[in-house]
Design a protein around this ligand. Structure first.
Ligand SMILES: [Zn+2]
Length: 171
């Protein structure tokens, strides 16, 4: 550790973690589980849980830190890293739709990399959206944000959509 100054040390640690993220993550993947299962480590983690319950002052300090610009900037940079973004996306997909990012990508590739309804590949800000039947949970396909919103506005009723098409074609 090159610094005795606590502030400098903190900054150094952060930069170190960012620069060596891949290496640290690979290490954690290889040893993290083994490490966390050691009894003294388990005990220490339990101790940390107790801090949450019994030390409101410590928690307040941490909360205050999270409000600082420094912390927000660090978080912004951290979450903007492509692999971190990808991991978050994978986690969201698994949680919300029960599919991995890999499966999502293969479904999208299967429909030609475009919206299953209008055929656009212009995903706008939102990106491609998973469309699923809310009742059965069945995944219907991947849509652009506009088509997905349109289906919702027309209450997912094929009859209404067909009537809308007929109405447009009348003139
Ligand atoms: Zn579309």
């Amino acid at each position: 550790m090159p610094y005795k100054d606590a502030e400098k040390k903190k900054v150094y640690n952060k930069i170190y973690r960012m620069v060596h993220l891949d290496k640290l993550r690979a290490h954690d993947k290889a040893y993290g589980k083994i490490y966390r299962e050691q009894s003294e480590v388990k005990e220490r983690n339990k101790e940390r849980g107790r801090v949450r319950e019994q030390r409101p002052d410590v928690m307040a300090k941490r909360k205050a830190y999270r409000q600082t610009l420094e912390c927000k900037e660090y978080q912004r940079i951290y979450h903007n890293q492509p692999d971190i973004k990808e991991r978050a996306r994978d986690r969201d997909l698994q949680r919300n739709y029960g599919i991995t990012l890999e499966i999502f990508n293969s479904i999208l590739a299967g429909q030609g990399g475009v919206c299953a309804i209008c055929g656009t590949s212009d995903w706008m800000d939102k990106g491609p959206v998973v469309d699923h039947d809310h009742d059965s949970g069945v995944l219907r396909g991947i849509l652009c944000g506009r088509c997905n919103t349109a289906l919702g506005l027309l209450r997912h009723r094929p009859g209404v959509l067909k009537a809308g098409a007929a109405y447009l074609e009348r003139t």
